[in-house]
Design a protein around this ligand. Structure first.
Ligand code: ASP
Length: 293
């Protein structure tokens, strides 16, 4: 997200809105999207595939390395090099930070980062911004709380970076061991954004316009024991929602484990299912931008 300009982001959001209303549906007819998922995914992979099909294109790819030559020891660079010969655009998810960037240096077609380790997940950020804009109309003036595993998670970081291009205030809510990295905090402060770092949701929920929950990233902890120290640390329930503003929106990139109680799902402020649906028009906009002539 650091490399994306505000104008580029806004163009994608505008395009997403056009696609959501049903505009320009066959524009990628004859194009092939390759989805290379070296890590598990439900929403990202299926919404990309659905987006590509809605634009009239087709998809090839894999959802795990089982059954591919990666199992035989093929490198990421070789896999990308080969797949770029079979497709017009590649969407890649990988456990290593920087994998998508590396892929882009060895591909003859555009690469879309669908998550690289704990680092970034830019299309998630775009759909998060799209969701915020749809509900609250404007980014300027918003107070946004980002809560949970800010260290290993890859959604809070790019969201805070994108929001720092607007007049926003960001509260990072996490235990000290899972706090946002200093370089990101510095980056968004240098961008003119007011940043708070707090331990409890109760410390800030009354003032928030957006509360963005994240999952404790079990798969990235060195041991299960370490993970268990933090699992269940934050749970948004009805009681907590009673403290929030009437028009605050509650978001989550999903999957949730226990961060949001099911009882909150019927609260009109719970936007996470709508947020996941917004993945389709937003990714249509990304694919269209990557592949249009
Ligand atoms: N689905 C999001 C991601 O891939 C969030 C998560 O897994 O916690 O990063």
């Amino acid at each position: 997200m650091r490399g994306m300009e505000k104008k580029q982001v806004e163009d994608i959001l505008k395009l997403a809105s056009k696609f959501e209303k049903g505009g320009a549906s066959n524009t990628l007819k004859g194009k092939i999207l390759a989805t290379l998922f070296f890590e598990p995914s439900t929403r990202t992979r299926f919404s990309f595939e659905s987006a590509m099909k809605r634009l009239g294109g087709t998809c090839v790819g894999f959802s795990s390395i089982e059954g591919t030559s990666v199992k035989k020891g093929e490198t990421l660079i070789d896999t990308v090099n080969i797949m770029s010969g079979y497709s017009d655009c590649i969407v890649i998810r990988h456990s290593k930070e920087g994998a998508a960037k590396l892929a882009s240096e060895h591909s003859s077609v555009p690469i879309v980062n669908a998550g690289d380790g704990s680092h970034d997940h830019p299309t998630q950020t775009l759909l998060d911004l799209y969701t915020i804009k749809k509900s609250l109309k404007n980014f300027n003036g918003l107070r946004v709380g980002i809560c949970g595993d800010l260290r290993y998670g890859r959604t809070g970081r790019p969201l805070s970076i994108a929001l720092s291009n607007y007049d926003t205030e960001i509260s990072f809510i996490s235990p000290p061991q899972l706090s946002m990295d200093k370089s990101t905090v510095k980056y968004i402060r240098d961008n003119g954004t007011n940043v708070k770092e707090v331990l409890k949701i109760e410390d800030v929920i009354r003032e928030l316009d957006v509360l963005y929950m994240t999952r404790i990233q079990r798969e990235r902890f060195p041991t299960e024991e370490e993970y268990l120290k933090f699992s269940g640390h934050y749970i948004v329930n009805k009681e907590l929602m009673n403290l929030a503003k009437k028009n605050m929106i509650l978001m989550h990139p999903l999957p949730r484990v226990n961060e949001i109680s099911v009882e909150v799902d019927s609260d009109p402020r719970a936007k996470y299912f709508e947020q996941s649906r917004n993945g389709v028009p937003t990714r249509m906009a990304v694919l269209y931008t990557a592949m249009k002539k």
